[in-house]
Ligand binder design. Structure first.
Ligand SMILES: [Zn+2]
Length: 225
């Protein structure tokens, strides 16, 4: 026996409410909180994100996909501050496409800039790792940790100029295992690029021949990298 229309409509609404309560990130747009029809973003926010892409690159092996000041920055903060993994998946889709344009070698290993141990224990997740794993999964590339922060690096990059940042992170990282010939380093925000540049230098000294730097966002202001 088929339930009457009004009962089915109430049933669907109740299902939706239950789904929203159990899986709020799946049910609504990550950016605006409106219904997203089962997608991570609603159509309007997906199109805003698409329009906020940075075109071109200052150097061929260093790319940031979006401006930090737009919707991508909001997704980065949802990942970083609230641990919303679905935000990493949205960012990773376009980051993987950009990585594809940079022609990574077969067997290229994807990795990330490790966050300071103290901050990781406060936040519970290393958002750089979550992002790197999501990008690697999209590209079908292997992913593993390649770098470790040395104990001396405890100072934040926040509030420092480019030269100070470079000095602050010099010698802050070391390779943790055998370094592959080709690597991709994923990070959330590229500000002056001091941290990513130091990580690349560390991997080149450890034997890498090519290190691609791929960030979700480029910030004009005071980010952390
Ligand atoms: Zn939306």
């Amino acid at each position: 026996m088929r339930a009457p229309g009004w009962l089915r409509r109430i049933g669907r609404a109740a299902d939706r409410t239950l789904l929203d309560m159990c899986y709020p990130e799946d049910a609504v747009c990550l950016l605006c909180g409106r219904a997203a029809g089962g997608s991570a973003l609603c159509g309007r926010c997906a199109s805003m994100l698409g329009h906020d892409r940075i075109t071109g690159a200052e150097e061929p092996d260093r790319r940031a996909v979006w401006r930090y000041e737009g919707p991508a920055g909001v997704l980065v903060r949802r990942l970083k501050e609230q641990g919303v993994a679905a935000a990493a998946d949205v960012l990773a889709a376009d980051m993987a496409a950009v990585l594809g344009e940079m022609c990574p070698e077969d067997g290229c290993v994807v990795s990330w800039v490790p966050m300071p141990v103290r901050r990781k224990s406060e936040r519970g997740i290393d958002h750089g790792e979550v992002l790197a794993r999501a990008v690697a999964a999209r590209c079908g590339l292997p992913v593993r940790p390649l770098l470790r922060r040395k104990a001396k690096d405890a100072k934040t990059q926040r509030g420092l100029g480019r030269e100070e940042r470079l000095r602050n992170v010099r010698g802050a990282f070391e390779a943790v295992s055998e370094t592959p010939a080709a690597c991709v380093l994923v990070d959330d925000v590229l500000t002056t690029g001091a941290t990513l540049t130091e990580c690349r230098e560390t991997l080149l000294r450890a034997g890498a021949r090519r290190v691609i730097l791929l960030a979700a966002c480029a910030a004009e202001g005071d980010g952390t990298s």
